[in-house]
Write a protein that binds this ligand. Structure first.
Ligand SMILES: [Zn+2]
Length: 56
C-alpha cells in the first residue's frame, strides 16, 4: 500500500500498490479521486463527473 495526498482535504489516502491511472478512489472526506500519473509517480486529482456533458 502507498499513501497519497488528498487534493481536497489534504489528508492521507491509502491506495493499493497496483492502482492504475484512471482508477477512482473514494476518500473519507467524501471526495471521489482519480489516480493519475505525474512525473513517473502516482498522484490524485478530483474525479470529474462523466456523462452529463456528453449530449448525444
Ligand atoms: Zn479527502
Amino acid at each position: 500500500m502507498m499513501q497519497l495526498k488528498c487534493p481536497i482535504c489534504g489528508g492521507q489516502v491509502v491506495v493499493s500498490d497496483d492502482a492504475l491511472p484512471g482508477e477512482i478512489v473514494e476518500h473519507e472526506c467524501g471526495a471521489q479521486l482519480e489516480v493519475f500519473k505525474k512525473n513517473n509517480s502516482l498522484s490524485l486529482r478530483l474525479a470529474e463527473e462523466v456523462g452529463e456533458d456528453w449530449g448525444e
